[in-house]
Design a protein around this ligand. Structure first.
Ligand SMILES: C[S@@+](CC[C@H](N)C(=O)[O-])C[C@H]1O[C@@H](n2cnc3c(N)ncnc32)[C@H](O)[C@@H]1O
Length: 257
């Protein structure tokens, strides 16, 4: 075990204090947040019953029900995050959201949702055993024909990113201490064993990460510190998502009918 559940809980308690209801909560790079939300929204349709696992302060959930006529159940195991989520107003919602303090490892719901999504949540679980339990609970909660949109961090993207950086003599980027990255093949194999077919993947952030984490530090003046706030990233975030150069990506699965 590389980190503990208590450390994760403390981490998000501090994050709740630092960022309150802002979109920078849990992801300081606002362009990454924007790209993630635009990608997630392409999988949502009016009329869906949706489960968001690890909703944090509810920033994304609020945006979803403002835009879509859906019934959204948004859960997180951090009471601090759920308190923030429950205390924000939503302007002219088209859909309905309910926030609840629930641990994904304890979710016990069957055949309920058209769509379940995660946004960098399951990577915070402490072991592959816990990650498998969470995936099994998610698979059970899907309706037959329902989809699981898994936006999490995978080794393949981080390894490719670091290989590109290595060629340019840039130092390796390690995974954040609070992330246990997924092995893509192992994940697909496990979800397939749970009666969920692998549909496709979306390397939504590959172009942006290649620009901001490979090109930018290479061309930047050596005496200056590169920051994701650089205005050059306003250009790089429009790079097409070619290749697999970012740990975060979406794998999509469909429960068999
Ligand atoms: C990286 S944050 C992402 C939050 C949100 N999806 C966002 O994009 O802002 C991960 C979230 O997962 C939650 N989380 C971690 N372990 C969890 C668990 N076992 N059950 C439910 N939520 C969990 C954390 O409290 C945190 O809010």
């Amino acid at each position: 075990m590389v980190f503990t559940r208590e450390q994760i809980m403390d981490h998000y308690k501090a994050e709740a204090v630092r960022h309150t209801d802002a979109g920078t909560s849990t992801i300081q790079d606002v362009r990454t947040r924007d790209i993630e939300m635009r990608a997630l929204f392409t999988y949502i349709k009016d009329g869906y019953r949706i489960l968001e696992v690890g909703c944090g302060n509810g920033f994304v959930a609020r945006a979803i029900v403002e835009q879509f006529q859906v019934e959204l159940y948004a859960i997180d195991f951090s009471a601090d995050m759920i308190n923030l989520a429950q205390n924000q107003g939503i302007s002219n919602p088209r859909g309905k959201v309910t926030f609840a303090c629930v641990d994904i490892l304890k979710l016990d719901t069957k055949h309920t949702y058209d769509l379940i999504f995660t946004e960098r949540c399951l990577q915070n679980l402490c072991s592959w055993e816990d990650q498998k339990k969470a995936l099994a609970n998610i698979a059970a909660a899907l309706k037959p024909g329902g989809c699981f949109v898994m936006l999490e961090s995978f080794w393949s993207g981080l390894n490719n990113l670091n290989q590109a950086r290595h060629e340019l003599d840039l130092p390796e980027i390690p995974p954040p201490w609070h992330n246990l990255l997924f092995d893509e093949e192992q994940t697909i194999e496990y979800l397939t064993s749970l009666n969920c077919d692998y549909l496709d993947q979306n390397c939504l952030l590959s172009g942006y990460y290649f620009g901001s984490r490979v090109i930018l530090p290479t061309i930047y003046p050596k005496e200056k510190n590169v920051t994701s706030k650089s205005i050059l990233n306003d250009y790089f975030c429009h790079f097409p998502p070619y290749g697999d150069f970012c740990p975060m990506k979406i794998l999509r699965f469909q429960k068999n009918k």
